[in-house]
Design a protein around this ligand. Sequence first.
Ligand code: B12
Length: 425
Amino acid sequence: MLGVAFTTGVLLALVGGTDAHRCVAPGSLVSKMLGQLDRSVSDTKPPNPSVLLAMNLAGGSGSSANQLLLRLIQEEAVKKARGRMTSGQVALLVLALLSSCKNPQQVQALGQSINLVHVLQQKTDEEVASLETVGVPSTTLFSVSLDALALCLVRAGGYESAAVALARQVLDPKKTIDVDTRAMAVQALVCAYGHADLQSVQDLLWKAVSGVTNDLLDEQERRGGLIGNIYSMGVALQALETSSKFYAPRQWDCEQAFDVVYRHDYQQPMAIAQVLPALVDKPYLQAASVNCDASTTASPDQGFSPPPSLETTKEHEAATIEVHYCILNTLIGKHFNNCTSVEVPAGSVLLKVLEAAEKKEPDTFSFKTEETFWGPMVVSIHGLAANPQDRTYWEFLSGEDALEEGVGTYKPHNMEHILANFTTY
Ligand code: B12
């Protein structure tokens, strides 16, 4: 009896290093999300590599939407990767193609061919050079994490210096780095750790990953399962799924964190694309290990509906709501601080408020947006444009709190005070 118990104990301990606490979402939720991703694909919209990556990781590579998206992404790669695309955007293309079992070093489409890995190496080198000289990347640390992860998965040179630079950033006590970015860094660092030869590099990577993951676990414990905000959960869960040996012997209560995700009804394809891989326990780190022959087609929605949550909006009593809207620049050039009140139909997204304000006082509240995979991003207000080189942007707040969604999805309530503040990141 003792022998059996001992053997079982040893087996559990052996397995425990990596597999102690696996959580996987119900199949009905996975099918529902795969269906949402399928329906987001269209040949009239820019193809989203995060969507292809998530579909493939979740076993949805057999659908016609998946095949269409793969073709559009290959075309996008040959047309745009060398030019304006940021390093992180190229990294997402590489990850998406790897997850479709395509060779990113030889992408062929439209009669052209491109070595995406080579392009990514060049763009990553620029990011690392910027980090080393001015202490910030040319784009974002989130992008650099994607870069290091993609290069590491294809074992291409350049990932180690990116990973080392990332590790130094996350360990720097003077830097405040958001949860999403630190979580994304974890997967890159875990990959690099697995291939690091130098003890000093291994020690640095270990310290960074165990520091970040313990912080994520502390936050989950403090906040009843929530890590960052509801849209950070996808990358946070992916990080914790890949790093159990870095926080051992501490255990992760994955059920508690998954429950937080189950209570939210994700609608944006981009949000689903980050959370779905975590829900099937197939983080981005596994992008190069997808079995492309064993795909299941997304079956039509099987009726998963999230449990009723506090986020469900109440029936609006009034047909219109009044929203107070201010724009503030105390950062550069001629400072300004203008406010107005506008009425919009109840249930409108914030974009409608900005449009109503512009219509009322075009000289003051004019604005511009740019389409991104998260929806429209406000890039200019009152003639003052955000500039990635200066790291300036228009931040949106409700009262004192930064909004957790953009103007295309956030729905203000009656008498809410919205502030657009020109600031830096
Ligand atoms: C870095 C970052 C930013 C940077 C982008 C800087 C830059 N030039 O790249 C800055 C600080 C400007 C930013 C701003 C905002 N962000 Co932001 N951002 C991120 C982060 C951490 C990484 C994005 C990234 O680098 N991706 C990798 C690259 C390769 O992909 P990409 O498609 O090229 O990235 C572009 C978009 O992501 C876009 N972008 C970044 N954030 C947002 C937010 C919205 C609403 C939109 C439409 C676009 C957008 O900027 C990138 C460059 O063009 C993500 C985290 C995540 N989980 O994805 C949050 C994230 C996307 N941001 C978020 C939010 C809420 C915002 C703000 C609305 C915050 C606020 N209160 O003002 C604002 C946007 C306001 C506006 N003007 O419209 C949410 C979006 C959630 C949602 N459901 O919509 C995320 C998921 C963070 C979170 N967990 O809350 N962000």
